[in-house]
Ligand binder design. Structure first.
Ligand SMILES: Cc1cc2nc3c(=O)[nH]c(=O)nc-3n(C[C@H](O)[C@H](O)[C@H](O)COP(=O)(O)OP(=O)(O)OC[C@H]3O[C@@H](n4cnc5c(N)ncnc54)[C@H](O)[C@@H]3O)c2cc1C
Length: 387
């Protein structure tokens, strides 16, 4: 890739310095491009998020030179589903190490530091206007670019400007997040299934947890969902460390994520519902892919392979959204997984990409179908006693 010398020009201009934009900037610098990132906010940027990084997301971060340790936040060793007395637990495969929960602003700060170290030109607190002929205006200052990357999140302006809006929104839900001062009682991310939605709890430090709720009804705030989950509410206690913060979460697929010299990455390029816990990892994966494709000047490949990055998380999102909509499916699914931890662990392996869906369905499809049709008897009290 050729570098241009003028301070008013850059090989790649990235609009949006959230996790996906910074990841793309670092990956592109690693491959020798000059990169400028412009964001309308200033770091460390916060956002409503469950704040859990799965082991596969941590692997992608390590490729970018960001090595997170459990001491940066708190480690978790798998996922637990909790639903009216049933608790189903799946451990991450031991080879991959634990996941890490850490505050969103702490993650952003680490990415900013790594981007600075890599030599990315960072323009914070600046609005971007699009001109003609490969020029943008960053706070009024003209900047020429070779490639433009839209990493400006769910409501991307770059996407609209480039005419890449066509696609399908499969689901649209509303998330809220708050931190509570309490020693994590579990080293799992717990997903508590209520009537209106889910509350998931991620340990983010020795004495705090992050609680994110996601519901179809925009009026279902964090406190409304917690009121449906009295056992969880009791465990959280009364000491909330911050105010509630909200964000939209969608499952969305776009027809195209590339046009000419413009490409989209992260939530701007499509997404899977927050319940999958894969949004950050997806953004990092796409960032690395985009950098490879730009290096070989092959954005067609990015278009093709980007679609594959979304396939698995969106399939998982569909299953979990079915559990969200259907109380009877939800009850059967959690009960089946609770009685078969090995099955749930294997399913988590599929979610993390260590086993293919096809091989899982071939080996376990019948067992899953049987378990859903004739679930084992309820095991009430398991969560209260064991978790
Ligand atoms: C409730 C909830 C819980 C979630 N939980 C998890 C989880 O546990 N684990 C996980 O991996 N993912 C989770 N996610 C998903 C994850 O938060 C997103 O996938 C991730 O933030 C996407 O990163 P991004 O960089 O693409 O977009 P964003 O984080 O939205 O960043 C976009 C950036 O673009 C900037 N921007 C926007 N417009 C402009 C503009 N016009 N000009 C300049 N800058 C602009 C913004 O300021 C922002 O910094 C959750 C999401 C929600 C809503």
């Amino acid at each position: 890739m050729q570098s241009k010398q003028s301070p008013q020009s850059t090989d790649v201009l990235i609009v949006g310095g959230g996790p996906a934009g910074l990841a793309a900037a670092i990956a592109l610098r690693q491959r020798g491009a000059t990169v400028t990132v412009a964001d309308s906010l200033r770091p460390p940027i916060d956002k409503a998020c469950g704040e859990g990084l799965m082991p596969d997301s941590l692997d992608e971060l390590a490729k970018l030179g960001v090595q997170l340790e459990p001491s940066d936040g708190a480690a978790f060793c798998g996922i637990r589903f909790v639903h009216s007395g049933d608790a189903a637990t799946a451990q991450f495969p031991t080879a991959g190490g634990p996941g890490i929960g850490l505050r969103r602003q702490a993650l952003h700060q680490r990415l900013v530091e790594r981007a600075e170290e890599a030599g990315v030109c960072l323009r914070w607190g600046r609005t971007v206007q699009f001109g003609d002929d490969r020029v943008v205006f960053i706070a009024g200052e003209a900047m020429a670019y070779g490639w433009l990357v839209g990493a400006d999140g769910m409501s991307s302006r770059v996407r609209r400007w480039a005419g890449l809006e066509r696609g399908r929104t499969i689901s649209r839900r509303f998330g809220f997040r708050r931190h509570f001062q309490v020693k994590p009682w579990s080293d799992f991310v717990e997903v508590h299934w209520g009537e209106s939605g889910q509350a998931y709890v991620t340990p983010t430090g020795p004495n705090e947890v992050c609680v994110a709720t996601v519901a179809r009804n925009p009026h279902c705030r964090l406190e409304n969902l917690l009121a449906e989950l009295p056992q969880l509410q009791k465990k959280l206690g009364r000491v909330a460390l911050d105010a509630e913060r909200g964000a939209l979460t969608t499952t969305r697929r776009l027809k195209r994520v590339v046009v000419g010299n413009v490409a989209l990455v992260g939530d701007a390029s499509g997404s899977a519902d927050a319940i999958t816990g894969e949004g950050l990892g997806l953004g990092f994966r796409q960032a690395l892919l985009l950098a490879d494709c730009m290096q070989s000047n092959d954005l067609h490949r990015y278009q093709r392979e980007h679609a594959k990055t979304l396939q698995l998380p969106q399939t998982m999102a569909r299953v979990m959204l079915l559990m969200d909509r259907s109380p009877s499916f939800r009850a059967r699914a959690v009960r089946m997984l609770a009685s078969e931890p090995a099955l749930f662990t294997r399913l988590l392996g599929v979610h993390l990409g260590s086993e293919s869906i096809t091989s899982f369905v071939r080996a376990k499809g019948l067992e899953v179908a049987r378990g859903l049709l004739w679930p084992p008897a309820a095991n009430h009290g398991q969560f209260a006693a064991g978790a």
